[in-house]
Write a protein that binds this ligand. Structure first.
Ligand code: DC
Length: 267
């Protein structure tokens, strides 16, 4: 299990001192792991894979599996925005107040623990992994994530977490803002209909009530908010490879990304 700590105050100090740079690995060698199918191992530090795309395109499942296959760190940046949304709601902070949210982030400790089961999220030591997936967080996270103060803090943390590490990051602005020099950039997408269908099935599998038409509306609304916000909107990076997952299975998508990594490592 790997724990990654992100304290924005400490990071801000570090950034001032060392002027954070994203270092691209100079030389990469690729070899197939024995008995591991197409799984590969990259023998270099600081190889970053950026996976961006709209809600429900399968980013987190795909990013987690890809990271597992590569033996890379997985950083779920959506979970970070969800964490501050949950904390702000719990503390009764006005979600329109970017300054207050920025302050909340500065004084708090956000910790992600990656394991085979997924990413566990801790806010000031409290486990909020399940709490960040509620409908209340779903419907407020885009607003919280739209504030400059929040994005600056999160971006600095994400850059620090990924620095000099082999990592797969998924989010909305990884290839465009967080890691513009990422070695491989993927823009994962799927039709609204298909993304709503996947969420609907997920909910039903968990035994939770689900309204397909409402889900479609919610997803379309979140797409709109995320892609029209002023700061670091959801957008395909010019050098990203678009992967439309509408009629693809998870393993197929993972293989596609692994192929891109392999291709890159041969260059
Ligand atoms: O991937 P997700 O659904 O868990 O992300 C939750 C929200 O966080 C999403 O609606 C937009 C925001 N987000 C963002 O603005 N930038 C990121 N890099 C990741 C997520």
């Amino acid at each position: 299990m790997l724990a990654i700590y992100a304290n924005y105050e400490i990071i801000k100090r570090k950034i001032r001192e060392v002027n954070v740079r994203i270092e691209k690995s100079a030389a990469l060698s690729y070899r197939k792991k024995e008995n591991a199918g197409k799984c590969c191992e990259l023998m270099a530090k600081g190889f970053n894979v950026a996976i961006d795309g709209p809600a429900g395109a399968g980013k987190s499942t795909v990013a987690k599996k890809t990271a597992e296959k590569l033996g890379f760190l997985y950083i779920d940046t959506g979970a970070m925005y969800r964490a501050i949304t949950f904390a702000a709601l719990a503390e009764g902070i006005d979600l329109h107040d970017g300054k207050a949210l920025g302050k909340l982030l500065e004084k708090s400790e956000l910790r992600l623990e990656s394991s085979n089961e997924g990413t566990a999220v801790f806010w000031n030591g409290a486990d909020i992994t399940a709490a960040i997936r509620t409908n209340e967080v779903n419907s407020n996270v885009s607003l919280v994530a739209s504030h400059r103060e929040v994005r600056e803090g999160m971006t600095a943390m994400q850059q620090e977490l990924a620095k000099s590490k082999n990592a797969v990051l998924d989010g909305r602005d990884i290839g465009t803002h967080v890691l513009p020099d990422a070695n491989v950039k993927v823009f994962l997408t799927a039709s609204v209909e298909e993304r709503a269908r996947r969420r609907h099935l997920e909910q039903l599998e968990k035994g939770l009530p689900s309204d397909f038409e409402q889900l479609k509306k919610d997803i379309a609304k979140r797409d709109e908010l995320d892609s029209t916000r002023a700061i670091a909107p959801l957008k395909q990076a010019a050098d990203a490879q678009v992967v439309d997952t509408t009629s693809m299975g998870i393993d197929e998508v993972v293989e596609t990304i692994l192929d891109l990594v392999k291709e890159h490592s041969r260059q």
